[in-house]
Design a protein around this ligand. Structure first.
Ligand code: SF4
Length: 403
């Protein structure tokens, strides 16, 4: 039986009386650790002594620190220090993307080491059973499976890294909360059918639905090194040297958007959530410290709109696929496109099919995902819904899946 909406998740915010403007602060130029301390320094912390604080960084993938894919460990270290010194019981938790082990990702990203050094527990939020939560008035996402730790902590802090995102424009504090959805249930947001009579991408509407019940009490957005272009994992690192702190996740995301050279009004999930009143993305009239924060903006390259332009001689046949399959393909091409020719030595063009309902396919098409399964006898088929990028290489090399 799904739980009713739990108001602790976003209505009672110990840092912010919603009758007041949100706290918004940007720090720059002092390194990841000191920037984070500086951005947090004027946040009133007296109300949270003795409370349980869950820090939710982006450790969704096992990426090395500095690659712009995961949160800088020194940002996390500073956040742990600040909340521990404020007398809180602090934990770090994550539920990563499908196929990634949480604790392994926390190790590789450098976050486990800084947490251990501070005796701060690391939580694999996929380990225990999920809590189903209803979303009243949802448009497409009527229920989520929530990691239980979100409800067991008094304060949840979203600590994303500033990234462009091929499906959602950017990924920041609001979207980072998707990593509080249990295991594979987060993939369902990428697999929703088109919404009748609505031009919005279902994924963006689903994130806005999610944000109606799942918003952080505080956002610490790591702009030490962000990711431009093919985010969330196949882009180019972009040094920015900033940290943004905000009590309204939408406003904090709007500040980060401007630092990245874009506007929150152009990001559908932020626009939709703000229209529904979950936060504000209109920065006019808000006090953002310091006054000259916009001097630190740089322009992040947008994600390319056409994969075939990005990867010449590879023809992607995308027939109504989910963004989950697109992400797998993109990740695979980013890392292996150059070597793909080793497996197709006689071909000038390589065809890849994703999505549903393909009929005729060119010879030796690489068919990714269960939706292309009807072609498995005649082509090269990689199963999965979505398939896992590493499994594509296993199929091509004939190696068995290690699992
Ligand atoms: S195989 Fe890919 S396109 Fe098909 S339902 Fe699964 S994720 Fe979507």
């Amino acid at each position: 039986m799904p739980s009713p909406y739990d108001p602790r998740m976003n209505l009672e915010n110990p840092f912010w009386d919603r009758n007041d403007p949100p706290f918004l602060s940007v720090a720059h130029g002092q390194g990841a650790y000191q920037n984070t301390l500086n951005a947090l320094q004027d946040l009133p912390l007296r109300n949270i002594r003795g409370q349980r604080v869950l820090l939710k960084p982006n450790a969704g993938r096992p990426a090395e620190p500095g690659a712009g894919i995961t949160t800088d460990p020194q940002v996390l270290a500073a956040a742990i220090d600040v909340f521990q010194q404020a007398g809180c019981e602090v934990s770090v938790g994550e539920s990563p993307i499908t196929g990634v082990n949480t604790l392994e990702a926390l190790e590789v990203t450098g976050m486990a080491a800084v947490a251990r050094a501070r005796s701060c527990p690391l939580i694999d939020m996929d380990a225990r059973p999920a809590v189903p939560v209803n979303i009243p008035n949802a448009v497409v996402l009527h229920e989520i499976k929530l990691c239980p730790e979100v409800l067991e902590h008094d304060v949840v802090v979203s600590i994303p890294v500033m990234k462009m995102h091929m499906h959602t424009g950017v990924t920041l504090a609001v979207k980072n909360m998707k990593g509080c959805l249990w295991r594979r249930s987060k993939v369902l947001l990428h697999m929703l059918p088109p919404i009748e009579g609505c031009d919005e991408k279902p994924l963006n509407v689903a994130i806005a639905d999610m944000a109606s019940v799942l918003r952080p009490h505080l956002s610490i957005i790591d702009g030490t090194v962000g990711l431009e272009g093919l985010g969330p994992s196949a882009g180019v690192p972009k040094p920015l040297g900033c940290v943004v702190v905000g009590t309204d996740a939408f406003a904090a995301d709007a500040v980060a958007c401007r630092l990245m050279g874009t506007e929150a009004s152009l990001i559908p999930h932020l626009r939709l959530g703000a229209e529904r009143g979950y936060g504000t993305i209109d920065l006019s009239g808000l006090s953002i410290h310091p006054d000259h924060w916009q001097d630190w903006a740089v322009s992040f390259a947008e994600p390319p709109r056409n994969l075939t332009l990005e990867f010449p001689n590879i023809t992607v046949m995308d027939n109504n696929s989910c963004s989950a399959c697109q992400s797998t393909l993109l990740l695979f091409l980013k890392h292996h496109a150059r070597h793909l020719w080793d497996y197709f030595p006689d071909q000038k063009e390589i065809s890849v099919a994703i999505g549903k309902g393909h009929t005729e396919l060119p010879e030796k098409t690489l068919c990714l995902g269960n939706c292309t399964g009807r072609h498995k006898k005649d082509h090269i088929f990689v199963p999965g819904c979505p398939p896992i990028a590493s499994e594509i290489l296993n199929v091509l090399t004939g190696r068995p899946d290690p699992d």
